[in-house]
Structures are given as structure tokens and as C-alpha cells.
Design a protein around this ligand. Structure first.
Ligand SMILES: C[S@@+](CC[C@H](N)C(=O)[O-])C[C@H]1O[C@@H](n2cnc3c(N)ncnc32)[C@H](O)[C@@H]1O
Length: 270
């Protein structure tokens, strides 16, 4: 088994992550250090790409690309990477092989073909802001999840009391993974294949959107309908003002801003 690691400057994290998620939607590891972020994917020898497109796009922002052999039983040990994540003391996102915790909102998501095991800071912050809406008595009514990946945010939203839930993604494997996760969690949701670069996003009074930053201003400028509030992440701290401005232009103003490491999350409302 080969581990292919890409280490880059934090301002390129999103570009590199987006590139690697396309290649290995279920299994991108993240590590951070002083002035760098490293993403790694795993595959059999000969299966992993040479990444010429990424190298060209990232230019001198790539600190290094390394590949090394790891033991073949990594395939059995990968489960160790996926620990349950307790968010805000209330939502437990766990793989099916971990035990539930009494008194928590249980969201079961097995790592597979889609981003979203709850461990990424952007997913966690979206969940925290959804919990904040719950505390404010706003976790009800329709919700739309843009870029649902494994369906983790849509499932958590349904369990908090939002209904109906509509979730979209442009990747078929993500939609299949989200469908399987919804079933495993006993949650009803509509899943639609939408390419947010070209097509209108499904709109509801509440929207959660953990997308990459270049897409968020674009989607904001083309919103059809009138969401009352949007929780969005997938953006770096350095990009948060630009995203907030794009939403302010359509009357969705910043209410709360959070950061975790290099990543940021916003709550916007009318
Ligand atoms: C960072 S992941 C978030 C997954 C999950 N919502 C979470 O919070 O863990 C972003 C998701 O957006 C989807 N996505 C990216 N570009 C998209 C586009 N143009 N249209 C629709 N979905 C897109 C990706 O396929 C991926 O599943």
C-alpha cells in the first residue's frame, strides 16, 4: 500500500484538498504543522496518480509531494483513523463499529466514497452552528444541504428537528453514500444531483453549505428564493470576508463567525 502525501502552504489547502477528494473521496487524511498542511491518500502501487494538474495549479505553494510504502494491513487498520467525534457535547458522529453514547444525538456515518466523517473542522463547525440554531429555537422547518458528501450535516439536521430535508451533491458516489447513511440513521431526505457551478441550488429557509470558498460567492450570487439563514464553511480564515461580502450582497448578513485552525465557518441571516 502506498501513502501519497501532499504538503502545501495553508492558503493552498483548499485547492489541494479539493483535488485529492476527487481522487479519493473517502480517505483524505489531514495533518498540520507550522506553515503547512499535509493531505494524504492511500492506494495500491501503480494506482495513485502523478498529480501533474495539481502541481501545475499549486506551483511553488506545494511544499513537497512524497509517496512511501505503508504496511498492507493498513486496509484493516484504517478504521483506527475514524474515531467518534462529539460536537458541542450533543451530537456524536460515529462510525457504525463504535458504540453510541447515551444522551447524545447519534449520527452514524461510515467512511466510504464521500467526504464527511465529522472529523474535519469545517464539518464540526457547521454542526456547532446548527446546534446554535437549535438552542435559539430555530431547528425546525425545511433545510437544504449544499454539497452533502456523506450526508452527515443533513442527517444531523433531520435529527435536530428540521424537515423536510433536501440534500444535493454533484458526485454520484456522494449521493449513494448519503442515501445509505440516511437509511442507516432512519432519516428521510430528498437527494438531488446538482452541479452548483451551473445549476440553481435547492433553497429552503435554512441552508447549510460546506463547500469550497470559490464556489460559495458564486452560489450566493445566483441564489434563487430567499433563505432566511445560511450556515457555510469550507473556507479559509483568509477568505471569510470575501464570502461574507458575497452573501451580504443578497441581504444575508454575518451573525456569527468561527474559526478552527485555518478553517472558518459563518452564520448569515436576513
Ligand atoms: C467539503 S465536502 C462537505 C461534505 C459534508 N457536507 C460535510 O460537511 O462533511 C464538499 C462537498 O461538496 C460537493 N461539491 C463540490 N463541488 C460541488 C458542485 N459544484 N456542485 C455540487 N456539489 C459539489 C463535493 O462533492 C463534496 O461532497
Amino acid at each position: 500500500m502506498i501513502r501519497l502525501a501532499v504538503r502545501c502552504r495553508p492558503d493552498l489547502a483548499e485547492l489541494v484538498l479539493a483535488h485529492l477528494v476527487e481522487l479519493a473521496p473517502g480517505g483524505v487524511e489531514e495533518e498540520t504543522g507550522p506553515g503547512w498542511i499535509e493531505y494524504a491518500i492511500y492506494g495500491a502501487p501503480g494506482e495513485l496518480p502523478a498529480l501533474p494538474d495539481l502541481q501545475a495549479a499549486a506551483g511553488d505553494g506545494l511544499v513537497e509531494v512524497t509517496s512511501k510504502e505503508v504496511p498492507d494491513d493498513w486496509a484493516d487498520r484504517w478504521q483506527d483513523f475514524h474515531e467518534p467525534v462529539l460536537v458541542g457535547g450533543r451530537i456524536l458522529v460515529r462510525p457504525s463499529w463504535a458504540d453510541p453514547q447515551p444522551g447524545t444525538i447519534d449520527v452514524v456515518v461510515d467512511p466510504g466514497q464521500a467526504f464527511g466523517t465529522g472529523a474535519h473542522p469545517t464539518t464540526r463547525m457547521c454542526l456547532e452552528l446548527l446546534l446554535g440554531l437549535d438552542t435559539a429555537g430555530l431547528a425546525h422547518g425545511p433545510i437544504a444541504d449544499w454539497g452533502t458528501g456523506s450526508g452527515v450535516l443533513a442527517i444531523a439536521a433531520a435529527k435536530l428537528g428540521f424537515a423536510p430535508v433536501v440534500a444535493c451533491d454533484h458526485e454520484r458516489p456522494a449521493l449513494e453514500a448519503a442515501r445509505a447513511s440516511a437509511e442507516a440513521n432512519g432519516v428521510d431526505m430528498e437527494l438531488v444531483r446538482v452541479d452548483l457551478r451551473r445549476e440553481p441550488a435547492p433553497v429552503a429557509p435554512t441552508v447549510v453549505a460546506n463547500l469550497t470558498a470559490p464556489l460559495l460567492p458564486e452560489v450566493a450570487s445566483r441564489i434563487e428564493g430567499r433563505p432566511e439563514r445560511v450556515v457555510c464553511s469550507g473556507l479559509l480564515v483568509s477568505e471569510v470576508d470575501e464570502v461574507a461580502d458575497a452573501f451580504a450582497a443578497v441581504d444575508l448578513r454575518e451573525q456569527e463567525r468561527r474559526a478552527s485552525g485555518d478553517w472558518a465557518c459563518l452564520l448569515l441571516a436576513r
